[in-house]
Design a protein around this ligand. Structure first.
Ligand SMILES: [Zn+2]
Length: 187
């Protein structure tokens, strides 16, 4: 918790880190970008720092987030992509002027001027994982209160949880407790 807001769940894939700004979608949902400033904070830690964000830009961001979630979920379950979600992702992708720049150390950085630019980078990242262009597989988290779509890049493609530290851990703990009950003889 920082300044009273829920922490971010940051992963290694930009698009699904972004969809993870709303967690426990099938349980008691936690909104991790509740204010425009929190979106600014999230963008900063994600390499897409912008100066400011308006309420309307936050709405755009959340619309994109839900579109990515819907399209990624459809991909994971091998269903047809929802047309509305595809439209939103494409709109955000084409309406930004982000540029990739190379640092003297040979790293890639994004140059973005505003939230729209940052969203275009996220939309393009979503396109690259949903289209199957990148090495990995879309999958759904095995936690019934989560079911977040995540991008599995493990060798065996058998990752079960969106995040080992939260969903994975909770599941392990639940199993452990169930075993303890069994071993203590029950009645
Ligand atoms: Zn999960």
């Amino acid at each position: 918790m920082r300044s009273g807001f829920p922490d971010f769940r940051l992963g290694s894939v930009l698009a699904t880190s972004f969809t993870a700004t709303l967690t426990e979608r099938r349980g008691e949902a936690v909104e991790r970008i509740p204010t425009p400033q929190r979106l600014v904070d999230w963008l900063a830690v994600s390499g897409l720092a912008v100066e400011s964000c308006t309420a309307a830009q936050l709405d755009l961001a959340r619309e994109l987030r839900e579109a990515i979630h819907a399209a990624a979920t459809a991909t994971a379950t091998r269903e047809a992509l929802p047309a509305g979600a595809v439209q939103v992702i494409n709109d955000r992708s084409v309406q930004g002027r982000a540029a990739a720049v190379l640092t003297p150390d040979g790293e890639r950085r994004w140059r973005v001027a505003d939230v729209e630019d940052a969203l275009s980078v996220i939309a393009a990242d979503a396109i690259s994982i949903i289209s199957g262009e990148r090495d990995g597989k879309m999958a759904l988290c095995a936690s019934p209160t989560c079911m977040a779509a995540f991008f599995d890049t493990s060798q065996s493609r058998t990752r079960r949880w969106c995040d080992m530290n939260t969903c994975g851990n909770r599941q392990k703990k639940a199993r452990f407790q169930a075993n303890q009950r069994k071993n203590s003889g029950g009645s």
